[in-house]
Structures are given as structure tokens and as C-alpha cells.
Write a protein that binds this ligand. Structure first.
Ligand code: SF4
Length: 255
């Protein structure tokens, strides 16, 4: 292959990435009305994942940043009227840092608010280049107890804690997301320790307690994966309230 073709191929690779799907008018992943991009590929194996079909990069649809930007532009009036923007989620978006950076950079240049939803399980040097173009981070901390974290995700909690501390250091606005799963993530000491840790991060604007649900169950079955939470019920309203009160007792705004 000659040098020009190699450069062209590299350029093309940087400007495209694998996605699972998009949602044009999302309302639950950041402020206002949002264009949500679900990227493909994730290094975690969360027991409660409702997008298990996002696991492998190569199962996604290859799309260029240009194609996405053309779609995003159609919704700018919705973003303006609602205080919304774009959200990149997954999967784990930071598995494709150049792709995600390019989308965020292009959006910021158009005055569109950018949100990144991530597990923080990534090398900091990889994340840094992307975070420069992100207005808000939704950081999923799946547990504070390292054993529970590993039981839930199959990976170590350390990179996520480092990521959280780095967000504080650079004063990046962040919302923390915690999925409440009965008999898994709900031990009180685990939640108290998580709340205590978050209370040291003055960049965090709020904590979202997300109740576990069974909406992804059919996908696990279709894919032939072993779904270990098939007999787990969603948390009761009383448990959700009690957990929210723990976060509030540490001075955290909680939703
Ligand atoms: S980080 Fe998200 S996409 Fe990845 S396995 Fe966990 S819940 Fe699923």
C-alpha cells in the first residue's frame, strides 16, 4: 500500500466508529432533550447489563462522524429550547476515544452541549484527550466495595476511582449513577462508603439512584448468555427511598 492510501485509511478510521444505535429525543441521559449515541463495545460484564448486545465492537454498525453530525444538526432547535444536547453512552464510549472526541469536538464547535456516560474503566491518558471536549460526565460507579464491584462487573474498581478523582481535579461537572440491585449492590455499608467518597468530590452535581429492572432479560436469553439475575426483583420503593436518604445524609443532591 502506498503512503497516500495509508494516510487516507488512517484518516477514515479516526473519523468513524462502531455504534449500536441512536435515539433522537432521549430525556433520561443528561439535561433536556438529547440525541443519544449508543456506542458498541464494552470491557465490563455487568450482571444487570440491559445492553448485552453492545459487548463486542465488531457487532456494531460502522458509521462516520460526518453521518452522525448530519443527523444531530436536525435536532438543534430541540436542544436549544430544552437545554439539551448530545449524550454518548454505550457500551463503553471510551473504547473508541478518537471517534468520541471527534463527535464531541464537532458538537462543541456548533455550540451543542456534550455529555459522556462512562464506567470510567479506562486508562486516564486515553480519557484525558476526550474529556477536553465533554461538558458533563455521567459516571457509573457500580459499587464502592471492591469485591462487590468485581462481582458485578468482572473488573477492578481502581480505574473508576482514579477517573472520578481526575474529574474532581479538572473541575469537570459530573453526575454519579448507581444501580441499586437487591441482594447485590444494596448492603448499607457499601452505599455509605460510596456516599462518603462522592461527598469528597466537589465537582459532582448530583447522584442518580437507578433501580434495577428486568427489561434487558430477553436480550440475554436471545444471545444465549447466562443471566444470573433472572430471579432478582426490582428494589421496593422503601429501599429506594432509604438508599436515597443515605446519599442525602452526606449532603448530596439525589434523584
Ligand atoms: S458498563 Fe454498561 S454496557 Fe458495559 S456491561 Fe456494564 S451496564 Fe453493560
Amino acid at each position: 500500500m502506498n503512503q497516500t492510501k495509508t494516510i487516507e485509511k488512517d484518516f477514515q478510521r479516526q473519523k468513524s466508529g462502531y455504534i449500536h444505535s441512536v435515539e433522537s429525543c432521549g430525556t433520561v441521559d443528561g439535561p433536556g432533550i438529547r440525541f443519544v449515541i449508543f456506542t458498541q463495545g464494552c470491557p465490563l460484564r455487568c450482571l444487570y447489563c440491559h445492553n448485552p448486545d453492545c459487548r463486542h465492537l465488531e457487532d456494531g454498525k460502522l458509521i462516520t462522524v460526518e453521518q452522525l453530525i448530519r443527523e444531530i444538526k436536525k435536532y438543534t432547535s430541540y436542544f436549544k429550547s430544552s437545554g439539551g444536547g448530545i449524550t454518548i453512552t454505550g457500551g463503553e464510549p471510551l473504547m473508541q476515544p478518537e471517534f468520541v472526541q471527534e463527535i464531541c469536538q464537532r458538537c462543541q464547535e456548533m455550540g451543542i452541549h456534550t455529555t459522556l456516560d462512562t464506567s470510567g474503566y479506562v486508562q486516564l491518558k486515553v480519557a484525558k484527550q476526550v474529556l477536553d471536549f465533554v461538558d458533563l460526565v455521567l459516571l457509573d460507579i457500580k459499587s464502592f466495595d471492591p469485591k462487590i464491584y468485581h462481582d458485578v462487573t468482572s473488573v477492578s474498581i481502581e480505574p473508576t476511582l482514579e477517573f472520578a478523582k481526575y474529574l474532581k481535579e479538572i473541575k469537570k461537572p459530573a453526575w454519579i449513577r448507581f444501580v441499586l440491585v437487591p441482594n447485590l449492590t444494596d448492603p448499607i455499608p457499601n452505599i455509605q462508603a460510596l456516599a462518603q467518597f462522592i461527598s469528597t468530590l466537589d465537582n459532582v452535581e448530583k447522584v442518580e439512584v437507578l433501580p434495577f429492572h428486568q427489561m434487558g432479560k430477553y436480550k440475554w436469553e436471545q444471545l444465549g448468555y447466562d443471566y444470573q439475575l433472572k430471579d432478582t426483583n426490582p428494589p421496593s420503593p422503601e429501599l429506594i427511598e432509604a438508599v436515597k436518604n443515605i446519599f442525602k445524609s452526606y449532603g448530596l443532591e439525589t434523584q
